[in-house]
Write a protein that binds this ligand. Structure first.
Ligand SMILES: Nc1ncnc2c1ncn2[C@@H]1O[C@H](COP(=O)(O)OP(=O)(O)OP(=O)(O)O)[C@@H](O)[C@H]1O
Ligand SMILES: [K+]
Length: 276
């Protein structure tokens, strides 16, 4: 009910899926993204951004709808074109999904489409990494059983399980609850505290802390983490999960030291080479 003066304006590319894909690509992964964009100037810029990040842009379908993102600690998602991604589109992308080493899904498309993609990947032996964001309280239980790795932040963990998360101990409780629901491996990210890992093989929750850094803007940290996780799972399958998480923590901790989301995601050439 009030018109206020702003002090800064910027636009940035986003969507969790795109952010995660860009982070994995910047670490050196060969990536594909299955999505829709609007047939407008935003859509065109969006495609250009993928190209600049070395992400192939074949089979992009355009729809006449738009997505808007508003910033300042609040992110409002008006899902547009991506909500039109459906079963038919997945069938067309079947060959891409089935030959992947790792597939990452989120909930910024219709949940049923996300679930179908997870099932397709799972049935073909592709490792599935599911990031239940934005979270849904009544998540279809099949998401638990079709995700090899279920990775959520504190807020998502609370919405999904009803357990408020403020420390690694709470995160451990979330992990155990999700194992009971059928998950095989759960990672709860805890911002500056790093993550907690629980799995069916190792039911004692493991806190994997991250190094102290001077954070300037934490937006996008979760996506940087998930993108890095996907990269390491695909390219370093023999590393222990703890080692994969330590490295992903490090990548995400670099992202919090710069502003914006994708603008803050580090590239392989600028990182310590012992990460690779
Ligand atoms: N202040 C910080 N210092 C160091 N690392 C951080 C910090 N904040 C986040 N990280 C890293 O990023 C990961 C994800 O952060 P977080 O749990 O805040 O995700 P998120 O809430 O989804 O982030 P966002 O919504 O801001 O993108 C953490 O597990 C950690 O590795
Ligand atoms: K950032």
């Amino acid at each position: 009910g009030e018109t206020i003066h702003g002090h800064k304006f910027f636009t940035g590319f986003g969507g969790k899926g795109a952010n995660q894909c860009v982070q994995a690509a910047r670490l050196g992964a060969r990536t594909s993204i299955i999505c829709k964009v609007g047939s407008d100037s935003f859509g065109n810029d969006y495609i250009e951004n993928f190209k600049r990040n070395g992400i192939p842009t074949v089979n992009i379908s355009f729809e006449y709808t738009e997505s808007f993102f508003l910033g300042q600690n609040v992110i409002v998602i008006v899902a547009g074109a991506n909500l039109l991604l459906d079963s038919e589109d997945l069938k067309k992308a079947n060959h891409i999904i089935c030959k992947a080493k790792v597939m990452v899904c989120q909930l910024e498309i219709t949940p049923a489409t996300s679930l179908e993609a997870l099932k397709m990947a799972h049935a073909n032996g592709v490792k599935t990494l599911f990031n239940p964001a934005p979270a849904l309280a009544d998540l279809d239980p099949q998401f638990y059983t079709h995700s090899d790795i279920f990775c959520c932040n504190e807020t998502e963990a609370e919405i999904i399980t009803g357990i408020p998360v403020g420390n690694p101990e709470d995160a451990g409780k979330v992990g155990l609850t999700l194992l009971e629901r059928g998950c095989k491996l759960v990672i709860v990210t805890l911002g500056a505290e790093g993550c907690v890992l629980v799995s069916v093989d190792e039911r004692i929750p493991k806190h994997v802390p991250t190094g102290k850094v001077a954070a300037v803007d934490t937006t996008g940290a979760g996506d940087s983490f998930v993108g890095a996780l996907a990269f390491y799972l695909a390219y370093y399958p023999h590393l222990s999960m703890e080692e994969v998480i330590k490295k992903s923590n490090f990548i995400a901790s670099v992202s919090v030291q710069a502003s914006g989301t994708q603008t803050s995601f580090p590239k392989r050439k600028d990182l310590p080479q012992d990460l690779f």
